[in-house]
Design a protein around this ligand. Structure first.
Ligand code: ADP
Length: 483
C-alpha cells in the first residue's frame, strides 16, 4: 500500500485529470491475497468521455512534428527508467513475478518508448516513378487517429508501452484499458507521461471491472480508428467481430501454443537452458512460452533428465523474496486450468517427472513441473497451459516434428534446437509461426517485429512494422505538371 499511495495514483486518467469513482474494484497481491489498492470501476459513459478527450487532443498532437513528440517521449523514457525500482516493486505486488523479472520488464517496457521516440522521425513516404508524363506520384504516412488499446496482466508495463509509444510517436492519441488484475502499473507510467509533459487527453487510462462494456464502446465508436489488443484468442475474436461495423484497423496479439523442438543433434545444455528460459519465465505465463516440448527419440531420455535437473534448482516463493525464480500464478482460475490439464494428461498416460501439484508457499503457487510421455491427444498440448509445466512429446523424424509442431490453429512463437545449420534453416522456414528462436529461448525486444500467424493474431508490434500499425498511407497524385 505504501508504494502505491506515496508515489503513484490509484485513479483513472481522463483528459489529464485523475478520476475517482464511488464504485471501485480491488487489486490484490497474488502472493498473499492481500488487497493492495482500490481502483475506480468506470463504465461505458466514462469510456466515451475518454474517447471524447482523445478526439479533442488529436488535432494539436498530430500537428506537432515527430521531433517535438520525440522530445516528450524521451523524457517519459527517462522518468520510467529513473523509477525502475519503485515500478518493479509495484509490478511484483500486483502481478506476482519475481522482482528481478519485474526490473527487466521495466527496462523492456521503457525500451519501446525510447525506440519509437526515435523511429517516429522515420515515418517516410515514397515517390513513385510516373507512368504518365504530366503526373507525379507520392505517398505520405499520417497518424491513423484515435486509438484504443486493451492490455493483459502478464506484462503490465511492456504490453502497454508497446502500443502507446508507437501510437504517440506517430501522432495518434490513445485510450487504454489495462487488465483488471494489474491497473496500477498502467496508472503509474501514465503519471510519469504527464510529468514528462504529455498534453491532457493524449493518453487516457480507463480502469474497469467490466471489460466487455468498455470494450464494446471502444469497438463501436466510429472516432476510434484502430484497436490494439493483447489477450486471449477468444476475446480477440469478439473484438474482431465488434470492430466490423466501423471497419477499424486491428492489431491482435492473441494466444499461442509454441512448440519447442529438440533434435538429436542439439547441444543438450543449450536446449535445456533455452527450454528453462522460454518455459518458466513469469511462471509460464507468457504467450510465447514453450507449450509443447517436442523431443527426438535419440536425445529424449538425456534431455528429460537434464531438464528435470535444471527444474530442481528453480526456487518457488513470493516475487519480493530474494532468489525467487517462480512466483504465484495470477489467480485461482489459472491454478484450476493447470490442474485440469495435468490431470487429463496423467489420466491418458503421461508421467510426472517432477512437480505436478501445488507448492506450499500458498494457494496460487504451482510447483515447476515436467511431464513426460505426453501424446497429441492430450489437452495439455492443445490448450495454452499458462503455468510452469513443461509437456514433453517424443518424435522420430524431422517430418514428424514439423507436422506435430504445425498441428494447431495457433502460430505465435516456435523454438528449435539443432547444431545442423541446414536443418535449422529448413525447419525454421517450415514452422507456422510469426517468430522462431533458433538455439535461443528468448528473442523479444523493441527492435524486432513481434506477432503471430493463424489464430495467434494480426499485425506486428515493435520495430518499424510496429510504427506502421498506427499510420495510414495516403497516395497523392500531382497532375498538370506540364501545364
Ligand atoms: P486472460 O484470460 O489472459 O486474462 P483476456 O483475453 O480475458 O485474457 O484478457 C485480456 C484483456 O482483455 C484484459 O484487459 C481483459 O480485461 C480484457 N477483456 C476480457 N474480456 C473482454 C471483452 N469481452 N471485451 C473487451 N475486453 C475484454
Amino acid at each position: 500500500m505504501t508504494i502505491i499511495s506515496k508515489t503513484f495514483p490509484a485513479a483513472a486518467l481522463i483528459d489529464g485529470q485523475w478520476v475517482t469513482s464511488a464504485r471501485t474494484f480491488p487489486v490484490t497481491d497474488p502472493a498473499t491475497g492481500a488487497e493492495v489498492a482500490a481502483v475506480p470501476d468506470l463504465g461505458a459513459e466514462d469510456a466515451a468521455r475518454a474517447i471524447d478527450a482523445a478526439a479533442r487532443a488529436l488535432p494539436a498532437w498530430s500537428a506537432k512534428t515527430a521531433k517535438e513528440r520525440a522530445a516528450i517521449l524521451k523524457r517519459w523514457f527517462e522518468l520510467v527508467t529513473a523509477e525502475t525500482e519503485s515500478l518493479a516493486q509495484l509490478m511484483t505486488t500486483e502481478q506476482g513475478k519475481p522482482l528481478a523479472e519485474s526490473r527487466a520488464e521495466v527496462a523492456y517496457g521503457a525500451s519501446f518508448i525510447e525506440w519509437f521516440a526515435e523511429e517516429g522521425k522515420r515515418a517516410y513516404g515514397r515517390t513513385i516513378p510516373t507512368t504518365v508524363g504530366s503526373k507525379r506520384y507520392l505517398t505520405i504516412k499520417q497518424p491513423i487517429g484515435v486509438v484504443a488499446a486493451i492490455a493483459p496482466w502478464n506484462f503490465p508495463i511492456a504490453m502497454i508501452t508497446r502500443k502507446v509509444a508507437p501510437a504517440l510517436a506517430s501522432g495518434c492519441t490513445i485510450v487504454v484499458k489495462p487488465a483488471e488484475e494489474t491497473p496500477l502499473c498502467a496508472l503509474a507510467i501514465a503519471k510519469l507521461a504527464l510529468d514528462a509533459g504529455l498534453p491532457p487527453g493524449v493518453l487516457n487510462i480507463v480502469t474497469t471491472a467490466d471489460a466487455p462494456a468498455v470494450g464494446k464502446v471502444f469497438c463501436e465508436d466510429g472516432r476510434v480508428r484502430k484497436l490494439s489488443f493483447t489477450g486471449s484468442t477468444e476475446v480477440g475474436k469478439i473484438l474482431y467481430r465488434q470492430c466490423a461495423d466501423t471497419v477499424k484497423k486491428l492489431t491482435l496479439e492473441l494466444g499461442g501454443n509454441a512448440p519447442l523442438l529438440v533434435f538429436d543433434d542439439a547441444d543438450l545444455d543449450r536446449a535445456v537452458a533455452g527450454a528453462i528460459a522460454s518455459k518458466y519465465r513469469n511462471a509460464g505465463q507468457t504467450c510465447v512460452c514453450a507449450n509443447r516440448v517436442l523431443v527426438q527419440s535419440g536425445i529424449y531420455d538425456r534431455f528429460a533428465a537434464a531438464l528435470v535437473g535444471a527444474v530442481t534448482k528453480l526456487v518457488v516463493g513470493p516475487g519480493m523474496a530474494a532468489g525467487t525464480n517462480i512466483g504465484p500464478l495470477i489467480n485461482h482460475a489459472a491454478i484450476a486450468k493447470v490442474e485440469t490439464l495435468v490431470g487429463d494428461a496423467v489420466k491418458k498416460g503421461a508421467k510426472i517427472l517432477i512437480g505436478g501439484g501445488l507448492d506450499n508457499s500458498g494457494p496460487l503457487f504451482y510447483r515447476p513441473s515436467v511431464i513426460g510421455e505426453v501424446t497429441p491427444d492430450m489437452e495439455i498440448v492443445r490448450e495454452e497451459i499458462f503455468g510452469p509445466v513443461a509437456a514433453l512429446v517424443r518424435f522420430d523424424t524431422e517430418a514428424d516434428a514439423i507436422k506435430l509442431a504445425n498441428d494447431t490453429p495457433f502460430g505465435l512463437a516456435a523454438y528449435l534446437f539443432s547444431q545442423n545449420l541446414s536443418r535449422a534453416w529448413r525447419v525454421a522456414e517450415k514452422l507456422d509461426a510469426g517468430m522462431v528462436g533458433v538455439n535461443e529461448g528468448i528473442f523479444s525486444n523493441e527492435v524486432v517485429p513481434f506477432g503471430g500467424v493463424k489464430e495467434s493474431g494480426l499485425g506486428r508490434e515493435g520495430a518499424a512494422e510496429g510504427l506502421d500499425e498506427y499510420l495510414e498511407i495516403k497516395y497523392i497524385c500531382l497532375g498538370a505538371i506540364d501545364a
